[in-house]
Design a binder for this molecule. Structure first.
Ligand SMILES: C[S@@+](CC[C@H](N)C(=O)[O-])C[C@H]1O[C@@H](n2cnc3c(N)ncnc32)[C@H](O)[C@@H]1O
Length: 252
């Protein structure tokens, strides 16, 4: 059993396949692109494979993407290497922990897309992540956190471990299948624990590789954590895809 995004795991290898098929992310890039001024600088906490970083760089923004997982950063590096030089030149990638980061500079906006904050416990780690966001913003700068909705995660219900929740052709005869093997929800504090098995099937339909991986989401009201870091809510939470909201805060 691996954690999500670990070296050698299939969640990192097929992250782009799975997110491309995820309708709950529709519109997220446009939302983040609207936060900084044209040509501005963005810090992305948990940049993953560079999905958002690339899209923002293609819109003329300069992006510094930080991630803790070497396997994900390797994918982001490969993505950047394939971009036209002027776009690639607007992306900087760094290994780092969003709960303990100090780049000694500020950005026009800080973004933390696709439930990244929910990957760490909603206690000291959230407090530190909001402090990191505030540290990298000038007064008036915006920080956006995409967080899962507690009522949606709580309502996911029992699993049928035998039925794939995703079955995606990979274009080379193989298929990627995702099975939810275990799921439990605890409230309080608001924590979803899942074991998701990634499985690769060959052209004959035989499963040739399995990678069961553990993924947890922590959920809480982000406002008190933001307030402790000097960040105030800038607008009502922006609904995204029915599963979560993007919370935009402004540094006082
Ligand atoms: C769901 S992915 C989001 C990737 C990308 N931002 C996107 O929207 O496609 C979450 C990412 O957060 C990273 N991550 C988790 N905890 C982290 C931490 N403490 N510091 C930095 N990155 C972290 C994971 O390695 C993973 O790449």
């Amino acid at each position: 059993m691996r954690p999500y995004y670990a070296d050698g795991g299939l969640s990192a290898a097929f992250y782009d396949v799975v997110t491309a098929a995820d309708a709950t992310l529709a519109g997220d890039v446009e939302l983040y692109a609207g936060l900084p001024p044209a040509g501005g600088a963005v810090l992305e906490l948990g940049t993953g494979s560079g999905r958002v970083a690339q899209a923002l760089a293609e819109r003329g923004l300069r992006v510094t993407g930080v991630d803790i997982a070497p396997a994900m950063l390797a994918r982001a590096e490969a993505r950047r290497a394939a971009l036209p030089p002027e776009v690639a030149g607007r992306i900087e990638l760094k290994r780092g922990d969003m709960t303990a980061l100090d780049l000694k500079r500020t950005f026009d906006a800080v973004i933390c897309p696709f439930f990244t904050l929910a990957h760490v416990p909603a206690g000291a780690a959230w407090k530190n992540a909001f402090a990191v966001a505030a540290r990298h913003l000038p007064p008036g700068g915006l920080a956006a956190f995409h967080l899962p909705r507690l009522e949606v995660m709580r309502g996911l219900g029992p699993v049928n471990a035998a039925v794939p929740v995703m079955d995606q052709a990979l274009g080379d005869g193989r298929r990627l299948l995702l099975f939810v093997k275990e799921r439990s929800f605890r409230a309080p504090p608001g924590r979803l624990d899942q074991v998701i098995e990634y499985a690769l099937a060959d052209a004959a339909g035989r499963i040739v590789e399995r990678s069961p991986e553990r993924l947890s989401y922590w959920m809480a009201d982000p406002e008190p954590f933001a307030a402790a870091a000097g960040l105030v809510l800038d607008r009502p939470p922006q609904p995204l895809g029915g599963a979560g909201d993007v919370w935009v805060f402004r540094k006082a």
